[in-house]
Design a protein around this ligand. Sequence first.
Ligand SMILES: NC(=O)c1ccc[n+]([C@@H]2O[C@H](COP(=O)([O-])OP(=O)(O)OC[C@H]3O[C@@H](n4cnc5c(N)ncnc54)[C@H](O)[C@@H]3O)[C@@H](O)[C@H]2O)c1
Length: 694
Amino acid sequence: MSSTAYQLRGGIAVITLDNPPVNGLGYDLRNAIVAGLDAAQLDAAVQAVILIGAGRAFSGGADIREFGTARVLAQPDLNTVIRIIEAATKPVIAAIGGVAMGGGLELALGCHFRVAVAGALIALPEVKLGILPGAGGTQRLPRLLGVETALNMIVSGTAVPSEQLQGTPLFDAFIDGDLLEGALAFANKVVAEKRPLRRVRDIKIDYPNHEAFFQFARNTVAAAAKNLPAPGKCVDAVAAAATKPFDEGAKVEREAFAWLVATPESRALRHAFFGERACSKILDVPDATPTRKVERVAVIGAGTMGGGISMVFLNAGIPVVMLEMKQEALDRGIATIRKNYESSMQKGKLKPEQLESRMGLLSGTLSYDDLAGADLVIEAVFEEMGVKETVFKRLDAVMKAGALLASNTSTLDVNKIAGCTRRPQDVIGMHFFSPANVMKLLEVVRGAATAKDVLATVMQLAKKIKKTAVVSGVCDGFIGNRMIEHYSRVAGFLVEEGASPQQVDRALEKWGMAMGPFRMGDLTGNDISWAIRKRRYAEKSEMKFSKIADRLCEQGRYGQKTGRGWYLYQAGRRDPIPDPEVEQLIADYRKELCITPRKISDAEIVERCIFALVNEAARLLEEGIAQRASDVDMVYLAGYGFPAHRGGPLLYADEVGLYNVKRAMQGFAVASADKFWEPAPLLARLAAEDKTFN
Ligand SMILES: NC(=O)c1ccc[n+]([C@@H]2O[C@H](COP(=O)([O-])OP(=O)(O)OC[C@H]3O[C@@H](n4cnc5c(N)ncnc54)[C@H](O)[C@@H]3O)[C@@H](O)[C@H]2O)c1
């Protein structure tokens, strides 16, 4: 249970907020603060009060463990706590160190004075959850920092280091050395000087030309956050702070908060926030599971993925040894990594000394003997079982006992790979996405024999290398690619029936996808999905595909890498240019199959493609390949450019209503005679019970 410590230091009462890890302002803590304030008010010996945080924060804001419970809004809520502070007749001083964010900063803004040390992070990050500060933050921050600085912080949610705000009226004193001692000295000074109590709400904002500024801000925000309503509401609330009396401004803030909380966009962002935390937990692997140390990493293969994966570890300060078959390939791989860092340096994102220190952590070898010191090896060689088998047999022979053996395979059976070794418990899939040093997603593939401590180690490591790790069971394509195959398949049929690749891409991009399926195919290489389809024709003849993509590949139209795919590409450019040859190829194909093209609406395109993701996701959940619905959503948000404001395919399905989703699928099943469209049993069951995935 959270609480506060109450202590008298001379005539100063010190209330220490103590609710680890970040002194979240939960119900118990709010009550304890009020109890401390009341005690101080009643005690004639107390002349001033200090609020300070225990541990590494003043306060990180709301206690997220209470989200969704009645305790969040139970009285005293944060607005009440602030009203009590403002009504106090003795000065209340916030002593800020570590973190003052969200409600934590609003609490400090409610105090009469604020002191801080350098290195504290100051933010109102609510906009990142699709809401805005709801306890006066949008009204008080502009009164201290000025309209422009405050608006920037509120609209972006970005944390600003306290030293950058030193000298502004936000802080009444900046403290060198111990925060509490400095705050006590400040409190005694306030008392000695009989300084009047200053309520931030009473400060008048004088901002001439506000109309032009707020119009500019509205236009900028509308362009930058077109699918998200919260930034616009932040502008409205700050505009109210600048133009209305405090209480009226606070009403605008309160109404905007209540409206935003109920929007699907905010629900989506909050879902992702919790989804990110949930996906790091594995149902049968307790948090306390011991982990193995990973201080040195080996990477097999210096190609596209091997290079990107190596950079991920170098960026985290972990030494990497890369192994290749031939010196030229190794040299090429290392040169590519240097070139990538050089290009970051030219863009000002990396300092020259950082480049050198990262390259200094990288070594290359042609000999397996040089891998013996590594704690983790990640294989990223050609996608062929025979090659993987040879590599894992060698690794089994040379790696030290207890080393983790990981494969970056996209499609192969991790259990079979593990079976090539005498230590299947140490084998795991670490499926990075291209470019590995950029994409956030890491699918962690759990083999039948993978040990729990191996899983726990990889999940912990993922945090260190800043990846969103989602656990997947073993199956063809794991979570992400198994779903995307059906999405692409459906996109192919849409073109066969009458849509153009441009229309399909445009419809899905307008809906929010970062890239439509045909542009994505051209980017990742149409030859890769062609190879998979050939395997399907042989092994899963019941799976239906449009053959237009095969025709393109037969002509060498692999996408950007060959300068032609679904679109044309000029040398060195990535913008897709529609190609009349592709149009002709599609028209000929339709003629051959006696298909009369029909007009297809954008809505149908979106519905069929996105519901294809949903149906396959339901099967993945039922098979236990994915642990929870939000894991599937995280895969799509972190790895496939799914729009953040829609929260992932399954949250979107929940939003549409599973009954409606199921009905639509039944319609597609009749129209297409494709067995895929039979609603997955889990979906059908949830729809019948009027339940949701999340
Ligand atoms: N490219 C992607 O988008 C992507 C995404 C996720 C996973 N993957 C997977 O990553 C793996 C590598 O793919 P890639 O795109 O980097 O391929 P790539 O062809 O760019 O690189 C493979 C590298 O491995 C080297 N190699 C082959 N056999 C070797 C051996 N026996 N010992 C040492 N080195 C060997 C090759 O010389 C080559 O440099 C594959 O399993 C692939 O399925 C690829």
